[in-house]
Design a protein around this ligand. Sequence first.
Ligand SMILES: [Fe+2]
Length: 379
Amino acid sequence: MNIMTAPQIPVDVKETGVEIRLSDGAMHYFNAYWLRDNDPTSFSPVTRERSFDIFHLDTAPMVKSAMVDGDALVLHWTHEDHVTRMPLSWLEGFRNGARRPDPADLPRRAWYSDHYPAIPRFSHAALMAEPGQRARWLEALIVEGLAIVTDMPDTDEALTQTVNLMGAVRPTFFGDYFDVYTHINPTNTAYTAGPLELHTDTPAEEFAPGIQFLHCRRNSVQGGESIYSDGVAVANDFRKRDPRGFELLSTIDVPFFCEHDSYDMRSRQTVIELDRYGEVSGLTISQHMLDLLDLDQHLLDEYYPAFCRFGKMLQEKKYMMRFMMKAGECMVFDNHRIVHGRAGYVATSGERFLRGTYADRSEMRSTYRALVSEGRFKA
Ligand SMILES: [Fe+2]
């Protein structure tokens, strides 16, 4: 009789952990604290949180014996009457010390002035009804930073419903919502609405809101084009064109303010924001909320020209996407990445009414992950 036995996977007990041969054929070390803390029984299937508290161990966890049984590493502990069965698949995922893969960590795709026809569009009804549409909508926000929701009902609730598809309404110190309402008297031909320069919103907050919504309810004025630019596209090109300017704008934080009788909001931000990989993730820019620069005046000899070179670049035709917002559309965009503004208009007749609000970027990404991935605890 021929009995087949699986070859024994080598496991060595070390003073502070174990070494085990994994699927790549190499020995990999795992720390004993990590193994004890992440024992599958450390997590409650009900709360899906860690219920084990490693701070309550009297002594440092020490492995007494280790062996592989089936698809698990089985550990006995020196100071504890406890057996750990650690799935080998968990160990494989952590063997190189790499970060946990994140489905929301998608590469950004820069866009330019001709992007308008290609902006991903989703109808309000489809987003409400179809999780697949919601996933594509959120993916567009992560990758391109901007999407349009079409066919919005002409109600306040429609905006709240749309926000709630990705998270909660994120208040600012102006409240839950803001209205941009211009009802122009047709007899008042002298009235001129000035341009609104490209900016990101509420830069004076320590953590400016991540996602902005602008629901266009009425727009029958002449002029007043919306202008949007992709801060990632501009800053990436600035990095090549002006490396020193890029360094200054991405490393030196400058003050932003929003001050009135009952509030005095202040923050310091770099104009160009980098992510943990050193890639451009966005901008913080607002001429009307930039505080007096309190940098060394000699540093300003270098900083101010770089700041102006960047500000002018932001207004190059190559980057500025111009279009008229239509009633029933809602612009949804990353407030840390997409700069927005409005051309001036000479008002002869009409009405312009936008209702806006914000949501949080991390909630948006959370909803995206929940829609597209299995997670760790889903049944
Ligand atoms: Fe704004």
